[in-house]
Design a protein around this ligand. Structure first.
Ligand code: I22
Ligand code: ZN
Length: 191
């Protein structure tokens, strides 16, 4: 058991050193776009499946509530939480439309739409990113492996180019914390 634990932790460290650290300037660009969007009255819409749905909710919670600072609420919506919408749209229109339908209902030009997918191939995320672009939103992908179709659709991509889903997800969660930290500091100042 101990060897399995150290194996996971060693791989985590390697991934962060070799794959995540080189994404520093992309993360900074992502933070700049989020700040510009929020400063001009836009909002953030975020989605993903499974563990990435949890990540989407984590990001929205830290923007609406707080990351570390007590400050004004920031507008962010996870498209993964309303089970009535998800079941009605999934049942009546198809699972690939559960996020795109909400984009059609909620997204305005200038909003940022973030799609989180470790494979970059989930049809419901791809469909929503397409709808977002058509509505004049800026799109950001958190992806993995070769980025899949998602990176071809997104305006900006943070791709964790490894094969293991759990390690990709661990990197995505770190992106979320770094971005919340940068947005909070840029918009509300360092303490
Ligand atoms: O968390 C995990 C595996 O670590 C799973 O729940 C995983 O998120 C699900 O299989 C998702 O459906 C995968 O979707 P995606 O990341 O390829 O878009
Ligand atoms: Zn997981």
């Amino acid at each position: 058991m101990e060897s399995k634990i150290s194996q996971h932790l060693r791989r985590h460290i390697t991934v962060f050193e070799e794959v995540v650290l080189p994404l520093t300037s992309d993360l900074a660009e992502c933070a700049r776009r989020l700040c510009a969007c929020l400063q001009s009255g836009g909002k953030v819409l975020v989605m993903g499946n499974g563990g990435s749905a949890a990540d989407a909710q984590h990001l929205a919670a830290e923007l609406v509530g707080r990351f570390l600072k007590n400050r004004a609420a920031l507008p962010a919506i996870a498209l993964t939480t309303d089970t009535s919408i998800l079941t009605a749209v999934g049942n009546d229109f198809g699972f690939e439309q559960i996020f795109s339908r909400q984009i059609e209902a909620l997204a305005n030009p200038g909003d940022i739409v973030i799609g989180i997918s470790t494979s970059g191939q989930s049809p419901n995320v791809l469909h929503a990113m397409k709808s977002a672009s058509q509505r004049g939103c800026s799109t950001i992908a958190f992806s993995g492996r070769d980025g899949g179709e998602l990176v071809r659709q997104a305006d900006l991509t943070l791709n964790v180019a490894i094969a293991e889903t759990p390690h990709i997800q661990e990197a995505h969660l770190t992106f979320i914390h770094i971005l919340c930290d940068l947005v909070e500091t840029e918009l509300f100042g360092a303490d």
